[in-house]
Write a protein that binds this ligand. Structure first.
Ligand code: NDP
Length: 294
């Protein structure tokens, strides 16, 4: 292996330890306890797992976390009424509505109802809009994209002036990470399902972010020697040798690409752990802002 590993698990742990110290200090010096409310609608098992993990990690750093679960047939008004109640609750600094919401609900209207100061997931249209505007700052950047930038920064890799190629243009990863890289003065190319000759485009990248949801799509000859490769993909592939019958792989063919890249994130243990770490960080930031400490 020639590439160096970017260890997201270790970096997320480091952030969690920093936050634990910061939360203890906030409480001791200012009597402030950051509060995070999670809102889960329905009983999607993956969403339940994500929410449980977020609550567990919150508790570990000393964030007060409160979980709300609404039935899968909850109405738009019921979900928005809960969000409004949490907007008005001074003990809650961050509101996380677990996505996706059941199909009958208007997701954008729910996200719009969250007070922008409490939008720790960073999906409020105003936050996304600010992310896309030159000279403006979002109050919160979406957690996975922010985690990607943090991974690159903490590895000591400079972003400014680099050629960055992002595979994927989703609202939760591809688009916002492109905006964040642009704000950091990288030169950006965004690819998607209609892009012609993807390998020719990705081979230009000094920093390549793969967020497509296609197992092992990025091969060694897609990557410029020495590039930084960030693999956001989480894909299940059958593996009868495992007890659960599958294993998780990224969008990057790690075994091949690690021989070409300069830096690479593994899956699991790369971008994944950063998402929750950034949610906790955003919640602490929200609490500090509410207390006038920022
Ligand atoms: P989406 O399905 O919303 O978006 C996928 C993007 O990839 C789209 O822009 C799509 O193009 C593009 N795409 C799909 N197939 C191809 C192809 N063959 N060639 C070129 N482009 C293609 O996915 P998400 O952004 O939500 O997630 C991407 C991956 O990241 C998934 O594996 C997901 O599980 C993972 N993920 C991981 C997180 C973490 O914490 N680590 C958090 C969120 C997601 P088009 O727009 O044209 O359709």
């Amino acid at each position: 292996m020639t590439a160096k590993l970017i260890d997201g698990k270790a970096i997320a742990k480091e952030i969690q330890e920093e936050l634990t110290r910061e939360v203890a200090e906030l409480k001791e010096k200012h009597g402030v306890v950051p509060g995070l409310a999670t809102v889960l609608v329905g009983d999607n098992p993956a969403s339940q797992t994500y929410v449980r993990m977020k609550q567990k990690r919150s508790a570990e750093v000393g964030i007060h976390s409160v979980g709300y679960t609404l039935p899968g047939d909850a109405t738009q008004e019921e979900v928005e009424a809960l969000v409004r109640k949490l907007n008005a609750d001074p003990t809650i600094h961050g509101i996380l509505v677990q996505l996706p919401l059941p199909k009958h609900l208007n997701e954008e209207a729910v996200l719009n109802a969250i007070s922008i100061e409490k939008d720790v997931d960073g999906f409020h249209p105003i936050n996304i809009g600010r992310l896309a505007m030159k000279g403006r700052q979002a109050l919160f950047a979406p957690c996975t994209p922010a985690g990607i930038i943090e991974l690159i920064d903490r590895t000591g890799i400079a972003i400014e002036g680099k050629e960055a190629v992002v595979l994927g243009r989703s609202n939760i990863v591809g688009l916002p990470v492109s905006m964040l890289l642009l704000k950091r003065n990288a030169t950006i190319t965004i690819c998607h399902s209609r892009t012609h000759d993807l390998p020719a485009v990705t081979r230009r990248a000094d920093i390549l972010v793969a967020a497509v949801g296609r197992p092992l799509m990025v091969k060694a000859d897609w990557v410029k020697p020495g590039a930084v490769v960030i693999d956001v993909g989480i894909n299940r592939v059958d593996d009868p040798s495992r007890k659960r019958g599958y294993r998780l792989v990224g969008d990057v063919d790690f075994e091949e690409v690690k021989e070409v890249a300069g830096w690479i994130t593994p899956v699991p243990g790369g971008v994944g752990p950063m998402t929750i770490a950034m949610l906790l960080k955003n919640t602490v930031t929200a609490a500090k802002r509410a207390a006038g400490l920022l």
